[in-house]
Design a protein around this ligand. Structure first.
Ligand SMILES: [Zn+2]
Length: 155
């Protein structure tokens, strides 16, 4: 497997003592149980898995590498690798990241709506409108993060 494009930030993360504790890696662990991530097959003996991604061919995942773009770019564990670790019982994502509550889901929905608005209108929007929407996105992300932090206190 080639290292793909150079990604300085990724090599900084790789040099850290606990790669998995880095927030960029935590973000991938959080997403590893998302419904959108469709697991086709797990081979518990070979410790490999197949995932249907956005590409035509499924992603082939082992504990050390994955054919998805994220892994190719960063050469660090992607959400598929974390999901495989979870399926093999090596980590327990459900207890690390309990399912998001309704409030978090609503924030995400709002963020996705904003993102698709930006995507559809990118070429027509003036810079100040983009600035405004990006600032709204930052607000939503901050809100989601704080909801995640406080999720144990919510009923
Ligand atoms: Zn992957």
């Amino acid at each position: 497997m080639t290292k793909g494009h150079k990604n300085l930030n990724a090599s900084n993360i790789a040099s850290e003592e606990n790669v998995h504790a880095h927030y960029e890696q935590k973000a991938r662990q959080k997403r590893a149980l998302d419904k959108g991530l469709s697991l086709i097959f797990v081979d518990t003996t070979a410790k490999t898995a197949l995932f249907q991604g956005s590409a035509k061919d499924p992603y082939k995942t082992s504990l050390h590498e994955c054919t998805c773009i994220d892994f190719q770019m960063r050469n660090l564990p992607c959400k598929h690798i974390y999901r495989l670790m979870h399926e093999l019982g090596l980590i327990d994502l459900e207890s690390l990241f309990p399912l998001p509550n309704k409030e978090i889901l609503k924030v995400r929905k709002d963020a996705l709506r904003l993102l698709s608005f930006l995507k559809e209108n990118w070429e027509f929007l003036p810079v100040n409108a983009i600035e405004e929407k990006c600032s709204d996105l930052v607000t939503l992300k901050t809100k989601e993060d704080s909801l995640y932090e406080n999720r144990h206190q919510t009923p």
